[in-house]
Design a protein around this ligand. Structure first.
Ligand SMILES: [Mg+2]
Length: 354
C-alpha cells in the first residue's frame, strides 16, 4: 500500500532561536519583527498556554504574556535550516512536496505500515541529528489524513493512521480541520448543527449540494477519508514570492514601484540560485481595509531577466488601478517555473498579455 508522510518542524522559528540561545530554553518565546504592525511569526510551546500564537499582533501577545521573550526573525538562518531539512526528506529519493520552509509531504512508496512508520521515524531522527530540531510526522494513505495526524501529535510526535481507520480518526474532529473549510464556513455550518467532520461524512447528496454547492461530493469524500491526491514533486507547483507589509499605508505609486523593484531583485536572486526561469508574474495587493487581490500576466517565454520581470510587475500594478488607495502590503510572485535560463532570442521586448 502507498503511504504518505507529512512532516512539520515544531514551532520552527522559535525552536531555532532556542536552539541557538540556550538561555531561552523553557521560556515563553515569540519570534516577531520590531515594527509597529508586527505579528507573532512563531510562538514556542511555552508561550502557547498564554494564548500567544502565530498571526496575533505582537502588542496583544505582550498583553497576554508580559514575560514573553521576543526574538527577531533570521530568515537567512531559517533558509539554511530548511535546506538541510529538505535534504533529509529527499535523501532516499522519495518525491517531496514542500508546503513551506519547514513542512512537506513525502511519498514513502509502496510498503507495509510498519515499514512506513520505521522509515518516518528514521527521517525524524536524522532531522534531529542534523539540525537539533524536532519534527512531528503523520503517516497515512492520503495527504489530508497525514497532515491532520501530524498536527494532532505535536510537538515531537509520530502518529500513523492504519488503513481503513481514516474515517473513524476524522469523525470526532471539528469540521474546520478539513481542507477548504475556513472559520467562516465552519461557523455557517454550525448554524445547521454541523460541528464535526463525522457529521459532514454522513450528509446526503441533497444537503451537501445545499451546503457546499458543486464542491459538496468532494468535501464528503475528504470527510470520509477518501483522498487520492498524489504527492507532487516540488518544481511543478512551486512559485517564488517576496512581499512587504508597509510600516504605514502607501498611496504613492512611485513608492509601490520602488518596492516592486526591490522584490524583483530578491526574486531574480532566488531564480538564479535555483537555476530557474519564470513565465508568470503577478502582484499581490492588500489594501488598508485588508481586502486582498492580485493581478498576473504571462510572458511569452520563461525568463529570469530582472528588467522583464520588473516591467511585467509594473504592468500588473497599473492594471490593478489603485488610484491612490491606501495599500498595506505589496507582494511580487513568479510561477510557471522551468529549469534553466531561456535563450534570449527575441530582438523585441517580451510582450505582456493578460
Ligand atoms: Mg511547523
Amino acid at each position: 500500500m502507498r503511504f504518505i508522510a507529512h512532516f512539520d518542524i515544531d514551532a520552527f522559528y522559535a525552536s531555532v532561536a532556542v536552539r541557538d540561545d540556550p538561555s531561552l530554553a523553557g521560556k515563553p518565546v515569540a519570534v516577531a519583527g520590531s515594527h509597529r504592525r508586527s505579528v507573532v511569526l512563531t510562538a514556542s510551546y511555552e508561550a502557547r498556554p498564554f494564548g500567544v500564537r502565530s498571526a496575533i499582533p505582537l502588542y496583544r501577545a505582550r498583553q497576554l504574556c508580559p514575560q514573553l521573550v521576543v526574538v527577531p526573525p533570521d530568515m537567512a538562518k531559517y533558509k539554511e535550516v530548511s535546506r538541510q531539512v529538505f535534504g533529509v526528506f529527499g535523501a532516499r529519493g522519495h518525491i517531496v512536496q514542500g508546503l513551506s520552509m519547514d513542512e512537506a509531504f513525502v511519498d514513502l512508496g509502496e510498503l507495509e505500515l510498519e515499514e512506513a512508520v520505521r522509515l518516518t521515524q528514521q527521517i525524524r531522527d536524522e532531522v534531529l541529528l542534523e539540525t537539533r530540531l524536532t519534527v512531528s510526522a503523520g503517516v497515512a494513505t492520503g495527504k489530508l489524513i497525514a497532515k491532520i495526524a501530524s498536527d494532532s501529535c505535536k510537538p515531537n510526535g509520530l502518529l500513523a493512521i492504519t488503513p481503513g481507520e481514516e474515517e473513524a480518526f476524522l469523525a470526532p474532529l471539528p469540521v474546520g480541520r478539513l481542507w477548504g473549510i475556513g472559520p467562516k464556513t465552519a461557523s455557517r455550518l454550525q448554524t445547521f448543527g454541523i460541528n464535526t467532520i463525522g457529521q459532514v461524512a454522513a450528509l446526503d447528496d441533497a444537503s451537501l449540494k445545499q451546503l457546499f454547492g458543486s464542491w459538496g461530493l468532494e468535501v464528503r469524500d475528504l470527510a470520509r477519508g477518501i483522498d487520492h491526491r498524489a504527492v507532487e514533486a516540488d518544481r511543478e507547483t512551486k512559485s517564488i514570492s517576496s512581499e512587504e507589509t508597509f510600516e504605514y499605508d502607501v498611496r504613492d505609486e512611485k513608492q509601490l514601484i520602488s518596492a516592486l523593484r526591490e522584490q524583483t531583485r530578491d526574486i531574480v536572486a532566488k531564480l538564479d540560485r535555483e537555476n530557474l526561469s519564470a513565465a508568470t508574474v503577478g502582484v499581490k495587493i492588500k489594501r488598508a481595509d485588508f481586502r486582498v487581490f492580485g493581478r498576473q500576466t504571462h510572458l511569452t517565454e520563461p525568463t529570469r531577466d530582472a528588467k522583464r520581470i520588473f516591467r511585467a510587475a509594473v504592468y500588473c500594478l497599473k492594471r490593478a488601478e489603485l488610484n491612490g488607495a491606501p495599500i498595506r502590503l505589496l507582494g511580487l510572485r513568479v510561477a510557471s517555473l522551468t529549469e534553466g535560463e531561456a535563450k534570449q532570442i527575441s530582438l523585441f521586448d517580451t510582450t505582456v498579455s493578460s
